[in-house]
Write a protein that binds this ligand. Sequence first.
Ligand code: FE2
Ligand code: FE2
Length: 286
Amino acid sequence: MVEERKVEEEMERSVRDLRRRAQQFLGLKVEYEPPKRIIQWGEYTGIGKFEEPSEMPKEMRDLLLKMLTVQADTEFASIEQHSDTIFTAPTPSDRVKVARIMVDEMRHGWQITQLLDQFGPEGRKAKEWVLAVRLGNHRLQAFNTPFSSWEDVLVFTFLVDRVGIYQLRAFEGSSYGPLARAIPTMLMEEQLHVNFGFDGLKRMLKDSYQGVKNRERAQKALNKWFPMALDMFGKTGSKSSEMAVRYGIKRWKNEEARQMYLREVEELINELGLEMPDPNVGRKVL
Ligand SMILES: [Fe+2]
Ligand SMILES: [Fe+2]
């Protein structure tokens, strides 16, 4: 572990050096910021991040294990949901994009299960569960619902993958160092997934032959997935979400993240010319 930290410090130093030289000699502004090594918020602000579950208080370790199990479950579950789409997506280019999304989700699932391995026997048990569980028994309703149309696929990536972005952004800079460092590539890939959904919906709504029918189909799918997407943020006032912020695992409490998400999707739904569904209708997790 000490060796690994040394290597990372060395890498951070070389990135800083590279950035300084790029700025000095080439006039280039390099945006990459090495991940911070110090806890940024909550009870442990200002001290070094937790690098191993064994360093954490038990309450924090148990909570983090639960959260990572849910996260890993969503990654593998979405592959299961997408699997038929590989044969049913309307164009070859859509099929390539769906395949790409499945590969990305597989990699995310793999990254999170690597973290589960750090939690000893309990983590390995969680990993076995994640790999064995199938549609109908996943933790969140959005991942127990099969896709029954192309617009389901588009709205799912537009809405549900976007919740994924909020969850990942909440973990960005997490007090658990290995998780914080796994986030940037995952976030970049999730951005592709949500853009795929948004662009696909835009194209579908612009179809001049079926414009009206497509609008109805897209609206129906939006109304179907919207409450499930909002439920993914978890209960308002949840004690575990407060605890997660206090331990520096997550940046926002459930309701804070849900409100930010609502503001973003409202703008995008307006841009699509669809109707914003009532955020209180059809909800199961309040
Ligand atoms: Fe993912
Ligand atoms: Fe995704």
